[in-house]
Structures are given as structure tokens and as C-alpha cells.
Design a protein around this ligand. Structure first.
Ligand code: FAD
Length: 439
């Protein structure tokens, strides 16, 4: 029997484990993959390394920054994203950098921005309304709502708005006018600096936490019995626990816990999220990637965003080479049926047409599926999430991380979520455990 069992060794699970260990408690972590890291992990295609999605750190939390700094040497980048729209490259954010668009389109954007309606007294009811009120109808319809379909895999009107926070830049009239007349505009991206490990990919930020933890890999949890306090694994083994912290995605509980109350099962099935296909490309030229990442608005082009691992760190590509990774979002149902070869070939064709690289530059190519990308903030998310969380509280399963808390967490927030759950447990556990053994 293990006193504390942690399920999942992504950044949240590692953080929960590390902070328990700091308090003198030795947890056991179980991870289904062959190594720790979760979404912060990476994979290799030939001599190239690719993270699982873009991953750069822009945390403003001093504690997280210190932990990351103590883990590895870092590169520092000033974010310089650009946007691709109907054959034209625009600086980011697009709305205050419309200089290269034709005059008729600029006029529509400026006119509708200037004539935005005031926020209604009863408040904003969905994301489409929010986008129209913030950006004006033309830009909302032709840029933001199209990108919403590509990134969130649904219509903007299906989303609520409280998650938006500082994620969208809201320009002034002066900024939009300036960006229509000149290309020489200031950078206004919400993060001023982005950090990335010099070696080993984003995962290297987690090495201090992984440290000496007891992490058992290749252990896929197939069932949890919260009443018998036991977890069961695909290899036929099991473990029992006194305390459990789980960072597994909430929808997985449908398969993992038998005899769920019907309302809980329904709420779990109604939690919506996006999945993704990652198309990773390595080039035999050093200068293919001009930017850390770029966005693509055109809906006939599959990827919503393309990032460059080799710009994040030269350690991600062999000498004289560079790399790109395109992110294609879809619903979990679409992912199940997705044909990786056709996504790979379609993405390559689009990037060639966009002039991003020449066919003879390509050295390696890879396409793979990611089941969990973003939690979708539809109108029922809070109701469904509460039903699930209340149930987990009742049966003594503490939940942490992006998919345990079911939140739009960056890696620093997932880390802090794991820390928080560890701190809550420490108080209870200290009384009954000595050296990880329950009394
Ligand atoms: C598209 C995208 C871009 C992102 N970009 C950034 C960024 O630039 N900067 C940033 O800070 N954050 C970024 N994030 C967010 C960041 O990836 C997450 O906040 C963080 O990695 C979540 O960590 P976690 O430990 O909560 O979850 P995960 O990393 O998903 O960890 C959960 C772990 O549980 C394991 N697991 C699942 N099921 C089982 C099972 N049955 N048995 C055993 N183990 C299991 C998984 O293998 C995994 O290791 C991005 C996320 C996405 C999707």
C-alpha cells in the first residue's frame, strides 16, 4: 500500500509529488507513458525534437520562474508572431496591423471598429457577441470567428466569455488607424518575454521537480475503486492508497469508475474539449522558420497555428537545419476518424503554397494524434464541472492540473494547481504517516 498515490506525471502530478516530498512525504506516481512530462514532454523524429504543441514559458509567477531556472539554462525570446490571411502576412495582432490589406477591406475593418455597439446593460451572453463588441462586425466575422472555428472547433456563439482574461489584445482607435497606415507599429503581444530551456525541450523545466520522485512509468490506470481505495493497471497489477491525487482528464472517469451516479456520468459525457493532430517537419536549411510561431486564418488551410521548435532552441534541430510544427484542431470524434497521412500531405501542400519552404528543403515529416488539447468553455461547462468535482470530493479523489481542474491552465498554473493540492494534503497526512507509511 502507498500512502499517497498520484495519477499522471505531467507537470501537475510532478508538482504535487515534489511539494509532498518537500514536506517529508514520499508519494508514488503512476504514469501511462514510458516517461514523465505529459503535455510538457517531447518526441523525436530523426535528429529533430518536437514538443507536444507550441510550449514557451511566459509565467509571471516568481516561484514558478525560480523552479524553472533551477532546472535548466534558458533562452529568452521576444514574441514576434505573425498572421497569414488570404495570401498576405500581417504582424500580430492582426487588427492593429492591417497595413498590407487592400483599401476596401481596411475601410470595412476601421468603419465597423469605429461603429462598435456599446456593451448592453444585461451584459454579454456569448463569445460571438463579445468579439463583435470588441472588434467590430467585419473583423469579428472575417478573422476572430473564423479562427475560433479552427482553434475551438465550434462557433463563437457556443462559447461563454469568462476565460478570455488577458488572452486577447484590445486595440485603441489610434492603434488601428496607425496600423492601417504604416507597418512600423510597436509590438503589443500580451507576453513581453518568453523563456525556453536551452537543451532538452520544454520538459527540461520539470527536471528539478521530477528529481528523486518514485515515478512508475508504463502504468496505465484502467480502473479506480474509490470505496476500496484501490487503483488498477493495464498490466494486471494494482495498488491501494490512503490519499489519492489525480491529474487524469475528467472525461476518463467514465471508463475508470464503475457504478457512477447517472447525473455524474452525464456531466462527464457533456464536458467538451478539443483534440489535435500535430504535423512536425524538419528541414535541411537553417532559415525556414522566420518566427517563433504564426497563425493561419484561412479556413481551407487545416492548421490554425504553426510554431518553430528550432527557433525556440537550436538544440531541437541538427546543425544547419530548422523545424516547424503545425497544430490542427478537431473534435475528439473527428480525431478518432482522422487520416494522418492526408492531414500530413494537406499541411505540407498548404505550407508550400504559402511559400514557407521549398519541397527539396524537407528532411523529415511526422503526424500524430493528441487526444486532449483545450477544455471548451461552452455554456454548460461550470454546471457539468461542478457536478463532477462535487462527486470527486465526496469519494475522496483530489484533482489537479489542466484536465483535473478542467481549466484553461498554462503550465505554470498546472504546476501551482499540483502544489496547492499537495499543501492541502500535507496537513492531513502528517498526522497519520511516517516515512510514507500509513499508521
Ligand atoms: C495547444 C497547447 C499549447 C500550450 N502551450 C503552452 C505554452 O506555450 N506555455 C505554457 O505554459 N503552457 C502551455 N500549454 C498548457 C500546458 O501544456 C498544460 O497546462 C500542462 O502541460 C498540463 O499539465 P498537467 O499535468 O495538468 O496535464 P498532462 O500534462 O496532460 O498530464 C497528465 C498525465 O496523466 C497521464 N495519464 C492520462 N491518463 C492516464 C492513465 N489512464 N493512467 C496513467 N496516466 C495517465 C498522461 O499521460 C499525462 O502524463 C499548452 C497546452 C496546449 C494543449
Amino acid at each position: 500500500m502507498s500512502c499517497v498515490v498520484i495519477l499522471g506525471a505531467g507537470i501537475a502530478g510532478l508538482s504535487a509529488g515534489y511539494h509532498l516530498q518537500q514536506a517529508g512525504i514520499e508519494p508514488v506516481l503512476y504514469e501511462k507513458n514510458p516517461r514523465w512530462g505529459g503535455l510538457c514532454d517531447n518526441f523525436e523524429v530523426g535528429p529533430f525534437r518536437f514538443d507536444r504543441f507550441v510550449h514557451l514559458s511566459f509565467s509571471e509567477d516568481d516561484y514558478v520562474k525560480k523552479l524553472f531556472t533551477s532546472s535548466c539554462a534558458q533562452n529568452y525570446h521576444i514574441p514576434d508572431p505573425v498572421n497569414y490571411y488570404k495570401g498576405v502576412w500581417l504582424k500580430h495582432p492582426a487588427q492593429n496591423n492591417i497595413y498590407k490589406l487592400d483599401v476596401a477591406e481596411k475601410i470595412k475593418i476601421i468603419n465597423d471598429f469605429y461603429n462598435r455597439k456599446p456593451v448592453p446593460e444585461e451584459g454579454i451572453s456569448n463569445m460571438e457577441e463579445w468579439l463583435r463588441l470588441q472588434y467590430g462586425d467585419y473583423f469579428a466575422k472575417n478573422f476572430a470567428m473564423k479562427y475560433t472555428r479552427k482553434y475551438w472547433t465550434c462557433e463563437a456563439c457556443e462559447l461563454e466569455t469568462s476565460w478570455t482574461g488577458s488572452r486577447f489584445y484590445l486595440p485603441s482607435v489610434e492603434e488601428v488607424l496607425e496600423g492601417a497606415m504604416t507597418e512600423d507599429t510597436p509590438h503589443t503581444y500580451y507576453a513581453k518575454e518568453m523563456r525556453y530551456p536551452q537543451k532538452g525541450g520544454y520538459r527540461s523545466f520539470l527536471t528539478e521537480m521530477a528529481g528523486t520522485l518514485d515515478i512508475r512509468t508504463d502504468k496505465e490506470v484502467t480502473a479506480i475503486d474509490p470505496f476500496a481505495k484501490s487503483v488498477f493497471f493495464a498490466d494486471g497489477t494494482s495498488d491501494s492508497y490512503e490519499y489519492l491525487i489525480s491529474t487524469l482528464p475528467l472525461p476518463e472517469y467514465v471508463k475508470l469508475i464503475s457504478g457512477l451516479p447517472a447525473p455524474v456520468e452525464l456531466a462527464l459525457k457533456n464536458l467538451k474539449y478539443t483534440s489535435g493532430v500535430l504535423v512536425s517537419l524538419g528541414f535541411r536549411r537553417p532559415d525556414v522558420a522566420k518566427h517563433l510561431w504564426f497563425y493561419i486564418y484561412d479556413e481551407e488551410i487545416l492548421p490554425a497555428r504553426v510554431n518553430s521548435p528550432s527557433r525556440k532552441s537550436e538544440d531541437n534541430a541538427p546543425e544547419g537545419c530548422s523545424s516547424l510544427q503545425a497544430e490542427i484542431y478537431m473534435t475528439p470524434d473527428q480525431l478518432e476518424k482522422a487520416d494522418l497521412t492526408s492531414h500530413l500531405e494537406s499541411t505540407i501542400r498548404s505550407l508550400l503554397d504559402m511559400g514557407v519552404f521549398e519541397a527539396e528543403d524537407l528532411m523529415v515529416k511526422d503526424a500524430r494524434k493528441e487526444q486532449y488539447a483545450n477544455v471548451i468553455f461552452d455554456h454548460d461547462i461550470y454546471k457539468n464541472r461542478k457536478i463532477v468535482h462535487d462527486y470527486l470530493d465526496q469519494v475522496g479523489i483530489a484533482y489537479a492540473g489542466r484536465f483535473g481542474e478542467w481549466e484553461y491552465f498554462w503550465s505554470d498554473q498546472s504546476l501551482l494547481s499540483g502544489k496547492h493540492k499537495a499543501e492541502e494534503l500535507v496537513k492531513k497526512i502528517k498526522k497519520s504517516c511516517v516515512n510514507g507509511v500509513c499508521g
